[in-house]
Design a protein around this ligand. Sequence first.
Ligand code: ATP
Ligand code: MG
Length: 236
Amino acid sequence: MRVSTGVPGFDTLVNGGLLKDRLYIISGPPGSGKTTFCAQFATKGAIDDERTLYLSMHETQEELVNDMSSFEFGFEKAIASGQVKFLNVLDGDAQRLLSTSSRGSRDVSANIDNFSNKIVSIVESKGVDRLIIDSTMLLEYYFSDDLDALVTFLTKLKRTDATVLLISEMTDPTSYSDAHYLAHGVVFFHNYLEAGEMVRGIQLIKMRGTPIDCDIREIEFTDRGLRVDPETKIHS
Ligand SMILES: Nc1ncnc2c1ncn2[C@@H]1O[C@H](COP(=O)(O)OP(=O)(O)OP(=O)(O)O)[C@@H](O)[C@H]1O
Ligand SMILES: [Mg+2]
């Protein structure tokens, strides 16, 4: 079964939508559209009567709602409906919920286990259909250099009944991490200078179970959010 992303033009590139309950990495440089894409995905979930959990570390709910308010796709309404829940993992309440203490805690591995078990159990017990992790910096904070624990966490997420979007800050499309290999799909956003103009594009790097080409398509920000033009390939 496939789920619609709510990003006009994108579903066409992936046979009608993302395969449900899988894990996808959304990569790209700063300001390239990763958060907007995920906010549209969350909003589409609310429209389709699905539940989303949006995990963040660097932004508050208010900031995210504010940033998305320049678009008209209805993110604020989705939050207000309760179908999209926002959790900043560094908030006092969230820290208590996740039973993690500050990074200075001596028992680092207990903190890591608590964090991953709690997130997985929230996803399962609350019936989360769409999970967004914004971003891998959040995971780096919790897992520091415990790569095994991170891989275990992502593997557990792959087994839940949630479609997971993991945002990864990455400016070099060739410096892949373990998460990119582990994921079912990898989407890369581009924002680069060409002939004196900034060009925005989107590229499917991999999409297990779905035939794709790896060509870069043009994207634009409109009043209704990001829009992909599936027909227009960028030739560089
Ligand atoms: N109509 C618009 N409304 C809001 N932002 C727009 C618009 N058009 C272009 N932008 C730009 O798009 C960017 C927002 O993209 P977004 O926050 O989704 O990127 P990101 O990849 O998540 O960035 P970061 O890595 O910094 O978190 C901003 O830099 C913003 O200036
Ligand atoms: Mg962002």
